[in-house]
Design a binder for this molecule. Structure first.
Ligand SMILES: C[S@@+](CC[C@H](N)C(=O)[O-])C[C@H]1O[C@@H](n2cnc3c(N)ncnc32)[C@H](O)[C@@H]1O
Length: 234
């Protein structure tokens, strides 16, 4: 069968999975979960008032909406493989003129070369079926002197995510910080660096979820922090 017509490709599986997250409201829930690691990232970025932003794997679009309020002269684009997420993001955006949302994948970003000055991505990169190809795509759509800021909680150096794989019904990549750095360097980025961003939010005394063994493990996971990968288009 022509793979383009097949409904069983890694990308179509991602679309089905995250469409179901969208319809059950998980897109909106993620804003509260991710904000404690996103705020320190934004502090480090020090963006100008007129950047052209892309959020790759934007989910419900909360981050682009938040920044569109903060920087009314900038332009914001969110791209996600889940058309249901994009639909919700569009509805929540209302008629804001500096904000748009497009269905598309990290492997083929629906934008012209050098379209953006800042590419951000939050908790999405470990799902990308071909991370090296996605890194090349991000590099392609970045303007000269632009920067990519990619944040992920699932990475190899963090031992406290060992239960995640069994609960994720789609394929994920658990790369190390060094592997992400190499991948970005090979995609043509300069000044590539990684850093860990701890989650300072309070942890409940008791944890009954399925992603961590107990509250103690969750606390250690948050202290270890998310992996931030930064690369420049210089
Ligand atoms: C855990 S959610 C995070 C969403 C959002 N960044 C947030 O912080 O709320 C991961 C998102 O990445 C998207 N995604 C996964 N693989 C993708 C790909 N290959 N291309 C584009 N988006 C993808 C999913 O559809 C989902 O919305």
């Amino acid at each position: 069968m022509n793979p383009k017509l097949s409904s069983d490709t890694p990308e179509s599986r991602l679309r089905v999975e995250f469409n179901s997250w969208a319809t059950s409201g998980r897109g909106e829930e993620m804003a509260a979960h991710h904000l404690p690691i996103v705020l320190p990232m934004l502090e480090r970025m020090q963006p100008g008032p007129r950047e052209r932003w892309l959020d790759l794997g934007c989910g419900s679009g909360w981050l682009m909406r938040m920044l569109a309020e903060r920087y009314p002269q900038a332009e914001f684009t969110g791209v996600d493989i889940s058309d249901a997420m994009i639909e919700r993001a569009r509805q929540a955006a209302g008629d804001r003129r500096n904000l748009r949302f497009l269905a598309g994948s990290a492997g083929r970003i629906p934008a012209q070369a050098q379209a953006f000055t800042r590419v951000v991505s939050v908790e999405s990169a470990y799902y990308w079926p071909d991370p090296a190809r996605a890194a090349r795509e991000i590099r392609r759509v970045l303007a000269a002197r632009g920067e990519a800021w990619v944040l992920i909680n699932y990475y190899d150096d963090n031992p406290f995510v060992s239960l995640w794989r069994r609960h994720l019904p789609v394929e994920v990549h658990r790369l190390s910080a060094r592997q992400w750095e190499n991948l970005f360097a090979e995609a043509g980025f300069t000044h590539v660096r990684t850093e860990r961003i701890p989650d300072p939010s309070p942890t409940p005394e008791v944890y009954n979820g399925r992603w961590f063994r107990d509250a103690e493990e969750l606390k250690k996971f948050k202290a270890m922090g998310a992996l931030l990968i930064v690369g420049a288009a210089h």
